[in-house]
Write a protein that binds this ligand. Sequence first.
Ligand code: APR
Ligand code: PHB
Length: 393
Amino acid sequence: MKTRTQVAIIGAGPSGLLLGQLLHKAGIDNIILERQSGEYVLGRIRAGILEQVTVDLLKEAGVGERVQREGVVHHSIELVFAGSRHPIDVHGLTGGKVVTAYGQTELTRDLMDARQAQGLATVYEAADVSVHGFDGAQPVVRYRKDGVEHEVQCDFIAGCDGFHGVCRASVPKGAITEYEKVYPFGWLGVLADVPPVSPHAIVYGNSDRGFSLCSMRSMTRSRYYVQCPLEDKVEEWSDQRFWDELRSRLDPELAARVVTGPSIEKSIAPLRSFVAEPMRFGRLFLAGDAAHIVPPTGAKGLNLAATDVKYLAGAFIEHYAENSAAGIDTYSQRALRRIWKAERFSWWLTNLMHRFPDTQGFGQRMQEAELDYLVNSKAASTALAENYVGLPL
Ligand code: APR
Ligand code: PHB
């Protein structure tokens, strides 16, 4: 069965859904092809901190109502090391900028609900999606649904299909360069319906037992992480073992305030830095995790996806509304400038806050000196704060 659209979007995660919404508002016809079910996509527990540019983009896409009502604004973060806690006044150091705690699951749900309400074409459980002819003027996407083969003729393909997607994998090897760094540990994450220990400041800990993070999804739902060895299995971590380990990595006052409860989600995720260059191949464009991955330490993954989509939507709108190729021709270079600076920040904060198996002696002293300098220097704290809220577009 053959259909036609202007932009074929592969992937119904945050990148694909946000792009679809922005294109629809600009009158650009698009279809989203997603290999999983909607429930499966919503079941992924991911990020939870939005930069202001991401919140503004949700408003622009017409789905900003709930995040403004339910999102929890944070003016500061806290660093815990050497047994004490140090606030970083992000709001004050950046001339009033903030971040908003709002789960990626909720953001995805808002985008899915809006798309469904507008009756836009989303094919879930699309099998064997493949992309063709993107080096020419008439790209084609093929997929199978309920045993029926489909072909979508389009002007452009947006690869929003994540790190393991088909789009980047379909680019000829000689046309793409990949940069990667894998970290020698993982993050064990727990979601629990208990009040957050620090509802107005995300807490990042560096203890001799490793990294810890205290975050939230709402005033009644908390998100916690502890660094763990890559070979650990989640079955080895009972809830009690997790809560004890988390408390052991916090300062005594904060540890005493942690409200524990049964985990509703518990998983171990590896950490990696990854960038694919370029992000455009003829009429195929990569956006979000399809093009880059950051270690979650700096909370940049979702926000980078949002700014890729902002640039890509603008490029398509310019093409159709002004018959201009300027945005399309500069998309990759423009997105990569922001991506590499967020990759640097995420890599830097990961190195600062985690214990590495091969770092002892001098390396450990360097980490401790940098933490001491960071919390006692306005210039160093400002550099952290301006990266944390998101560098200017
Ligand atoms: N065909 C169709 N869909 C696919 C295919 C394929 N071959 N491969 C992957 N997908 C879908 C996945 O099922 C997923 O729903 O593409 C979607 C990609 O979504 P994400 O992986 O969430 O990536 P993105 O939308 O860029 O969002 C980035 O998600 O992983 C987090 O930390 C990341 O917060 C960031 C955000
Ligand atoms: C989260 O809430 O999942 C979260 C918060 C801050 C981070 C990473 C993850 O740096």
